[in-house]
Design a protein around this ligand. Structure first.
Ligand code: TXA
Ligand code: MG
Length: 343
């Protein structure tokens, strides 16, 4: 770390820029080969990458994030054909899911191959693997032609970055290069599915829903479970802003805001329905009523609100339906008082 200056590399489509992009990507690959850290965009959130075959490099990720060593990291590969190097006993269910959703926002938990380092798995017998579809991630992985270990590029427990500048804010002096790839399309982390045993389980909800997974597999699966904190995103407090955050049911929101006393102000309100209007007492940040668009902007808006010296961030509870599950899960973990005033 610290050998290269952090730099943002903008990936564009015209040919002169494309040549520069190749140079930047080659530099990123050189840094990875030398055991350095490269942050890169994926379609979900930005990742903090290191050569997955270099345990010393992977250890730097844990140091940079302040992440406990027993929390495993995901290995990103260019395509499913690389799976055989990283995993063994790949089930038919795993193959079906890889075929249906890769490249894309899905992480598969598989039995690790014997030579896979314990540093990646936190000592567990399983490994998380994913093929991202973001163009920059794809280009980087294809030139590197190997596995890149990458958790989200934030400090442990904080909101995942969905822009290159958010990565810079989180980790500026801890990373050798930041590849710029615009705002992430999905905006929340991948769906994690454990396919390491016969019982397929979703460990972390994401944009790919349980229903979509069941359709591909042609059977019912266990919904978000996991009794061990193998998924750091499954810890109760995670993905959190520093400002106190509360979720308030839609039908209680207006009264809740009106009852705030002056010493509880200013507050920021993250709302998706039109029930409250802008007010001198509080700032309203209007979110989309479409769960995909909401997810796309969620972390960016929370980051912005976190910088505003609000006493509290108040979030209007989102619907209970399945397409809101990933957003609901992240809001609950980000909130200091989740499930406050249930509807
Ligand atoms: O969308 C994503 O998944 C992003 C982008 C960068 O790919 N990555 C991401 O990584 O969110 P991270 O490390 O922040 O979250 C991945 C989660 C962690 O909570 C980790 O504990 C869990 O995956 N995980 C990794 N390997 C696992 C395993 N073998 N068993 C259970 N959970 C695992
Ligand atoms: Mg994370």
């Amino acid at each position: 770390m610290g050998k290269y200056k952090p730099c943002m590399a903008i990936i564009k489509n015209d040919s002169l820029a494309a040549m520069k992009n190749v140079e930047i990507l080659k530099k990123a690959v050189k840094i990875l080969h030398e055991g350095g850290l490269v942050a890169f965009p994926t379609e979900t959130v930005y990742g903090l990458g290191a050569d997955a075959k270099n345990p010393e490099a992977v250890r730097k990720i844990f140091l940079a994030k302040g992440r406990p060593a027993d929390h495993p990291v995901i290995v990103h590969i260019p395509e499913a054909s690389h799976l055989s190097f990283w995993a063994v006993d790949i089930s038919l269910d795993a193959k079906k899911l890889a075929q249906a959703f890769w490249p894309g926002p899905l992480t598969l938990i598989l039995k690790k191959a014997p030579e896979v380092s314990d540093v990646l798995t936190g000592g567990q017998e399983t490994l998380g693997v994913r093929v991202p579809r973001h163009l920059v991630a794809q280009a980087l992985l294809q030139i590197f032609n190997g596995g890149i270990a990458a958790p989200s590029a934030n400090r442990f427990g904080r909101i995942s970055p969905t822009t290159a500048s958010a990565v810079y804010e989180e980790l500026n002096d801890q990373v050798d290069l930041i590849l710029e790839g615009g705002q992430c399309e999905v905006g929340v982390e991948s769906t994690i599915v454990d396919v390491s045993s016969n019982e397929v389980r979703v460990l972390r909800p994401g944009m790919i829903t349980v229903k979509q997974i069941e359709t591909v597999l042609g059977k019912k699966i266990s919904d978000v479970g996991g009794n061990v904190p193998r998924v750091s995103g499954s810890l109760e407090s995670h993905y959190a802003p520093t400002t106190e955050m509360r979720i308030v049911a839609k039908n209680k929101l207006e009264d809740f805001l009106n009852e705030l006393s002056d010493d509880q102000l200013p507050v920021g309100v993250l709302a998706h329905s039109k029930i409250i209007s802008q007010n001198t007492k509080y700032d309203v940040v209007r979110m989309s009523e479409d769960p995909k668009l909401y997810a796309h902007d969620l972390y960016l808006r929370l980051r912005e609100m976190d910088k505003k010296n609000y006493r509290k961030i108040i979030v209007e509870a989102v619907p209970e339906s399945e397409e809101w599950e990933a957003v609901r899960d992240r809001l609950k973990r980000a909130a200091s008082f989740p499930e406050f005033l249930p509807s």
